[in-house]
Design a protein around this ligand. Structure first.
Ligand code: BES
Ligand code: ZN
Ligand code: ZN
Length: 507
């Protein structure tokens, strides 16, 4: 879907559907002034619908009118409560409109910007959020089948007299949303690939392709090099699969003479069967999404490079496939990782932390980053604790926690902080190795996983762990309650959040 801005008046637009926003009303509220122009175009139909309480302004409510003059339709989309999270409400409304009009012969949309402003947000922020939501909502994974219904092809944001003096800054904000949405779509397309196609080598190939496209340095370590580097974690987890593991590094140099270095590390398990500690078969196909952290890292580096953020970004993907076989690693094995620390494997299904041990040890040793952030679909426990619409944040660094929280509020990708204490550090100690990858008592599974990872970063580097097991893909049961800009399947969670964090300067 293309998105453009137009300095003209929405009322004069030549589009299939003109879209206007309305905030949630109380019963006695008169027709808002922002709908007067649309009421005129509809020759009173909008006011009549308002009077009979058909338009309530609730989220996901889209009311469509056919203009009596035959010049197309008007859609009134609900923005939700007045005091609700403003920009997130606008993102969702943009997607609601695009989704409601899919398959309804609506090729061209026009948004009347003036009907979406009026909150604390600036017109630039409003334009960006609306267009971000509209674009994200238009996504469909169509690699293996044609689109089910024809969707909106282009949307125009009409500024009108009121906002046309700000057209340059609005265009800038909309351009950012284009880059971001395009990158989210690119990321979702890779994350949705099944494991027969998205092997560790294929993820490396995607990184190389990105490097070529944007002139970024890409380094791929194959199984032979991993053996030389003593990456026993990646090799152990990958040993049961015919597709050998890869450690992939993608670097964006940053701006200025001495940029801050932010390492972003992702779990890239292309399929997680559990290995010898095999998982039950219900929902097992979802485990193709266990690479979501690594794929999000690719998206983050792509967005960082296209938006030319100030910090240097070192993206690291820890890729392996976790399968049972005669070569597979097993419970009881002890693995030696990149930085020499040893892991007692008690459960081969706790493989994410095992591959991340090498990736974290490697990036801390080779790049001395100022900040390390990892993204991983790490534990079912995190989903039990927080549900499937937010990620768990674990860090002991207060400024980093604050900056990520700010970026989360700005981006609309929700996170919730969970603790990491000496108790959890104690629980992951092993009798035979430095750490064990699972505890026999399973309480606080998300937190002991974080304590395990911390061993490989050390306590002196500011580090944050994002457990994205919940929000990385949507499932049928809860999708209808979630933001409508989320598609079926991979969401690319983390791309918008971490990109915003980097744009904010990575403090
Ligand atoms: N990939 C899973 C975590 C997961 C589960 C993500 C469900 C999304 C949905 C991870 O590798 C795993 O299996 N973790 C185990 C750890 C346990 C064996 C210590 C878990 O969470 O049960
Ligand atoms: Zn697992
Ligand atoms: Zn896993």
């Amino acid at each position: 879907m293309r998105i453009t801005i137009d300095r003209g008046e929405a009322s004069e637009a030549n589009v299939d559907v003109l879209v206007c926003g309305v905030r949630e009303r109380s019963e006695k509220d008169p027709l808002p002034r922002s709908l007067l122009a649309d009421d005129a175009l509809s020759q009173g139909l909008v006011a009549a619908a308002w009077a009979r309480q058909e338009i309530r302004g609730a989220r996901k409510e889209v009311t469509v009118f056919h203009r009596p003059d035959g010049k197309g339709r008007i859609a009134v989309v609900g923005l939700g409560p007045k005091d609700g999270a403003d920009l997130e409400g606008l993102r969702r409304a943009g997607a609601d409109a695009v989704k409601a009009l899919k398959g309804k012969a609506a090729k061209t949309l026009g948004f009347r910007l003036a009907s979406f402003t009026g909150s604390r947000a600036t017109p630039e922020e409003v334009a960006a959020a609306l267009s971000e939501g509209a674009q994200l909502g238009s996504y469909e994974f169509t690699r293996y089948r044609p689109p089910k219904e024809a969707g909106v092809e282009s949307a125009t944001l009409f500024l009108g007299k009121e906002y046309s003096p700000r057209s340059r800054s609005v265009e800038k904000a909309v351009e950012r949303s284009r880059v971001l949405a395009d990158t989210v779509h690119w990321t979702r397309d890779i994350a949705n690939l099944p494991a027969d196609t998205a092997t560790p080598e294929r993820l490396a190939e995607e990184a190389r392709g990105l490097g070529k496209e944007l002139g970024l340095k890409v380094t791929v370590f194959d199984e032979k090099e991993l053996a030389k580097m003593r990456c026993g974690g990646l090799l152990g987890v990958g040993s049961g699969s015919a597709h050998p593991p890869r450690l992939v590094v993608v670097e964006y140099p940053g701006r200025g003479a001495k940029p801050k270095t932010v390492a972003v590390v992702g779990k890239g398990i292309t399929f997680d069967s559990g290995g010898i500690s095999i998982k039950p078969s219900l929902h097992l196909s979802d485990m193709k999404f266990d690479k979501s952290g690594a794929v999000a890292v690719l998206g983050i580096v792509r967005a960082a490079a296209l938006l030319k953020v100030a910090p240097r970004v070192v993206g690291v993907l820890a890729c392996a496939e976790n399968l049972p076989s005669g070569h597979a690693y097993r419970p009881g094995d002890v693995l030696t990782t990149y930085n020499g620390k040893t892991i007692e494997v008690l459960n081969t299904d706790a493989e994410g932390r095992v591959v991340l041990s090498d990736a974290l040890g490697y990036v801390v040793d080779k790049y001395q980053p100022n900040i390390v952030i990892d993204l991983a679909t790490l534990t079912g426990a995190c989903v039990v604790a927080l549900g499937d619409d937010m990620a768990g944040l674990m860090t002991t660094n207060e400024p980093l926690a604050r900056s990520l929280k700010t970026a989360s509020e700005q981006s609309g990708e929700a996170i919730w902080r969970l603790p990491l204490t000496d108790y959890h550090r104690e629980l992951v100690k092993s009798d035979v190795a430095d750490v064990r990858n699972s505890t026999e008592m399973p309480p606080a599974g998300a937190l002991t996983a974080a304590a395990f990872l911390e061993t490989f970063v050390g306590r002196s580097v500011p580090w944050a762990h994002l457990d994205i097991a919940g929000p990385s893909w949507t499932n049928g049961g809860t999708r209808k309650y979630q933001a409508s800009y989320l598609p079926v399947g991979a969401t690319a969670f983390g791309v918008r959040l971490v990109t915003r964090y980097l744009e904010n300067g990575a403090s």
